[in-house]
Design a protein around this ligand. Sequence first.
Ligand SMILES: C[S@@+](CC[C@H](N)C(=O)[O-])C[C@H]1O[C@@H](n2cnc3c(N)ncnc32)[C@H](O)[C@@H]1O
Length: 207
Amino acid sequence: METLSGHWDKIFRKTADHKLGWYENDFSQTLKFLNRIRGWKQARIFMPGAGTSGLIGELMQTNATLVLNDLSPEAIALAKKKYGGKKENLRWLCLDISEPLPEELHNTIDIWVDRAVLHFLVEDSKVEKYFKNVHTLVKPGGHVILAEFSKKGATKCAGLNVRRYNVEDLKNNMVAFELIAEEEYIYTNPGGEPRPYIYTLFQKRST
Ligand SMILES: C[S@@+](CC[C@H](N)C(=O)[O-])C[C@H]1O[C@@H](n2cnc3c(N)ncnc32)[C@H](O)[C@@H]1O
């Protein structure tokens, strides 16, 4: 039986970047949210499912330290080829974001940036573990951007079922965080189809 990482590997192997169903070359929506965070260009930023996103290249133009994770070794290999080796402050990880992350990462992240990763976790137990990771990795005062399919969004992506979110669902899971900003956003995929997202920015309480 195909593993989940094998499923993603296959997609990345056979699909040109610009044809991926989540491809974007305009990062202004994420940058708009990042720009609300003071000092983000010097922060330590974690991407739980970085894929081959051009956002990596965009963030590499700043002084941020990047911790780039993905379940798919193929995605990491492609992203490394595109971006790797160009920046000292770059670290690659190949871990399942719905499993507990290594202790050495705990309390080390200033900003967690998730675009289109969390919504692929459909089982409650995996979702719980994801949010536990958010809570253990992000420092007090740190921020989290969650950009996921909204309730008006598609029910499948990349051949997988997704779990869709509204702000309340996200708030209920972000118990140690304050909601700072929220916005509905329609992404248009390479096939011209609208994909409604909910973008949120949270800040972890300091105590
Ligand atoms: C729709 S893509 C989004 C990629 C990137 N965030 C972007 O915006 O271009 C989802 C990514 O999450 C990764 N992924 C899926 N499930 C994962 C998991 N359980 N742990 C870590 N990464 C995962 C996939 O390999 C893929 O690269």
